[in-house]
Design a protein. Structure first.
Length: 401
């Protein structure tokens, strides 16, 4: 009896655990998980960075006028890559917001090593040889290196960093999310890519480019919300073949935070000076080299557009016949581009108003100095097709008398 009673006691006794040992084992397990995740995470980011010598040498250029980034999107789903749009972004040392210049993907460029620049009228586009090229030509010839070099030559200023996004990666990113909701439909990657590239209706090039940047931001934010310790690293690995930059992951993270104005519909983005030309049934963007030089000269502390690029509408708010046309002629003589002359919503404006629709108010301030007794306002509007609105009030007519 004693024997069986003793053996029962040994079978029911609970083993005593060393708390320090258990804590050490748990800590070690957590550390292993963190290290594995960190290695995968860092490895994923390293896959995005272009460590070639030419890319790393970009940052050695002079930064007298600030730090310049070239951000461009392209469609690499076909045999030849097509550069869709580009944004030149300048961060000056004294201003919190960047200066953003939109460059159409179909801009005509002259190769840097060709000295003479014949005009389009002198060029026969029916010939096989053309002295002008598009960004897509340069990219397909020598990738990002030649493209960045030629854009830097066009603008007459260095590019310190570049970011390349291949829109073909949209499919993989959306499929990683599962689907993306659009107008009540759950779209998979390939279906969403069609909308991303083509849109729904006729769009201006800048309008299309901004729609795409907003869509990309929505996808990135959705991926950031995706749960799981390895989901971000997995997503980055999937996106790596479609993304290239000389920036490290820390630099890229800081840059993304500074890029908010690109996603703000009220922030004014300047289109590179030029005009669209129909060449053999296809539209190309012919750069205006004189105005481009004037724009680039103003990079840095103060970003002032040439007056010829500042679009203005003049509205009659006083009821005095012909007063808006007179002011429009005055401003046009001063070099501003008058887009519209019309009546205001009423003739009861007691004081003239100069309203800036730009984030940078210097152009409107110049106009306000030319309109005696005017009040100055800042009112960014996403759907406004002019940079400055001038409303002529009753006090202007009194001053003229």
């Amino acid at each position: 009896m004693k024997y069986y009673g003793y053996s029962r006691q040994r079978r029911t006794r609970k083993p005593r655990l060393d708390k320090k040992r258990v804590l050490f084992i748990l800590s070690l397990a957590v550390l292993i998980v963190v290290l594995i995740g960190g290695v995968r995470f860092m490895g994923s980011f390293k896959a995005l960075q272009d460590r070639s010598s030419w890319a790393q040498c970009l940052r050695d250029a002079s930064r007298e006028d600030g730090v310049n980034y070239l951000l461009y999107g392209m469609d690499g789903s076909n045999e030849e890559t097509n550069v869709e749009e580009m944004f030149f972004i300048n961060f000056s040392s004294s201003e919190a917001s960047p200066h953003i210049i939109f460059i159409p993907g179909d801009i005509l460029l002259h190769r840097q090593n060709e000295v003479e620049e014949p005009s389009l009228e002198e060029t026969d586009y029916k010939q096989d040889y053309r002295p002008f090229y598009t960004p897509s030509h340069f990219y397909n010839e020598q990738g990002a290196e030649l493209l960045v070099e030629q854009i830097s030559f066009l603008l007459g200023t260095p590019v310190h960093h570049y970011i390349e996004i291949d829109y073909a990666g949209i499919t993989a990113m959306v499929d990683c999310l599962g689907t993306v909701k659009y107008k009540g439909f759950a779209l998979k990657g390939s279906d969403y890519l069609d909308y991303f590239l083509e849109g729904e209706s006729a769009e201006e090039p800048l309008e299309k480019a901004l729609r795409r940047t907003h869509s990309l931001k929505d996808i990135v934010e959705s991926l950031e919300e995706k749960k799981g310790p390895f989901s971000l690293a997995r997503t980055i690995r999937q996106a790596a073949p479609y993304f290239k930059t000389d920036l490290s992951w820390k630099e890229l993270k800081a840059f993304y935070k500074d890029l908010e104005p690109l996603f703000d519909p009220q922030y004014s983005i300047v289109q590179l000076p030029g005009e669209w030309r129909d060449i053999n049934g296809a539209l190309f963007y012919e750069p205006d080299y004189v105005h481009i030089a004037a724009v680039m000269e103003n990079l840095g502390d103060e970003f002032i557009l040439p007056r010829e690029l500042i679009t203005v509408q003049v509205l009659n708010g006083s009821g005095v016949a012909g007063i808006a046309s007179q002011v429009g002629d005055l401003l046009e003589e001063e070099g501003f581009q008058i887009i519209k002359v019309d009546n205001a919503d009423s003739f009861d404006y007691q004081h003239s108003q100069v309203i800036s629709h730009l984030e940078h108010i210097e152009p409107a301030r110049e106009i306000a100095l030319l309109v005696p007794g005017s009040e100055f306002f800042k009112e960014p509007l996403p759907d406004q097709d002019v940079m400055v609105t001038v409303i002529i009030g009753k006090n202007f007519s009194n001053l003229k008398d």
